[in-house]
Write a protein that binds this ligand. Structure first.
Ligand code: HEC
Ligand code: HEC
Length: 251
């Protein structure tokens, strides 16, 4: 796992900032906000005061209420959000905002998956936030990267490949894979390689999870990745540890 400790390199961060600027120049991140706010505004819990800290004006989730509601999710995602079966994504450590957003996309059928569309159908928006708050408090268990793929995966993750128009993943998902809750960029660190690979492939093949600007980000990136890139990235991501699961401090 020595690739992890190579972690914090100012030069690489500089590149990420530059890329983030390039990306924000296309207004993808900004455009995503109003769209998310509109979706979240639907059947908001009546008495919920708007919370300034949340990106969308919704009542913050209650992790304790969420834990009770999560009993039904545990069969596939694991009670603590660390799924044992690699076809089911880990939810542990994922942000409340991202989880709620995915559940809305499943419920409205924008993100198509027969199992999850059924699971999301009976959930209220408050349920979605409570569930999100619960899984966000759980610790993601890291997986293991394939040493043969780590180098290619790490290079793409941190630097992208400008010759092919591939941005650095860390520009949005952060250097340690912890994501960006405010922008609803998901936590990736430790996610099952099998799930990541299947997800990147389906975007590559034209699947989308939402028709808004934010929903077009990953399909347009994945279109430029070939099968080897996808395998390398998926393996690297599974082996990534976020700062909050690291016992060592970064230099
Ligand atoms: C029978 C198995 C099963 C159950 C039960 C289940 N899920 Fe899922 N879940 C899945 C599968 C499969 C996917 C991946 C869908 C895809 O590939 O788009 C998924 C994906 C998700 C995602 C998207 C994760 C991501 O990283 O994008 C969320 C959020 C989620 N489930 C939440 C829940 C919640 C909350 C419950 C309980 C109310 C639940 N799931 C119950 C199978 C299940
Ligand atoms: C401009 C920001 C941005 C960049 C750069 C970016 N992503 Fe993403 N990524 C997103 C967003 C937004 C989502 C959520 C997609 C949605 O909800 O429709 C996402 C979702 C994902 C997911 C799904 C996670 C889950 O839990 O289901 C994976 C895997 C992923 N990205 C991998 C990558 C990889 C690999 C790269 C680099 C090649 C990358 N991303 C670059 C914004 C970005």
């Amino acid at each position: 796992m020595s690739f992890r400790s190579a972690g914090f390199r100012p030069a690489v961060l500089g590149a990420a900032v530059a890329l983030a600027l390039v990306l924000s120049g296309t207004t993808m991140a900004q455009d995503a906000q109003p769209a998310a706010a509109t979706t979240a505004a639907q059947p908001a819990a009546a008495a919920a005061p708007a919370v300034a800290a949340a990106p969308a004006a919704v009542k913050p989730g209650d992790a304790t209420a969420g834990q009770a509601k999560a009993a039904v999710c545990g069969a596939c995602h694991g009670m603590d959000g660390n799924s044992a079966d690699a076809q089911y994504p880990k939810l542990a450590g994922q942000s409340e905002q991202y989880i709620a957003r995915q559940l809305i996309d499943f419920k409205t059928g924008k993100r198509q998956n027969p199992i999850m569309m059924g699971m999301a159908a009976p959930l209220s928006e408050q349920d979605m936030h409570d569930l999100g708050a619960y899984f966000a408090t759980q610790k993601p268990l890291p997986g293991v990267a394939d040493q043969a793929l780590v180098e290619q995966g790490e290079t793409l993750y941190r630097q992208g490949d400008s010759s092919r128009g591939i941005p650095a993943c860390m520009a949005c998902h952060s250097i340690d894979g912890s994501g960006n809750p405010g922008a609803m960029y998901p936590h990736l660190a430790g996610q099952h390689a099998q799930y990541v690979e299947a997800t990147l492939k389906s975007w590559h093949d034209g699947t989308t999870w939402n028709d808004d600007v934010r929903g077009k980000i990953m399909p347009s990136i994945a279109a430029k990745l070939d099968a080897k890139d996808i395998a390398a990235l998926a393996s690297y991501i599974e082996g990534l540890h976020s700062a909050d699961t690291e016992s060592t401090t970064q230099p």
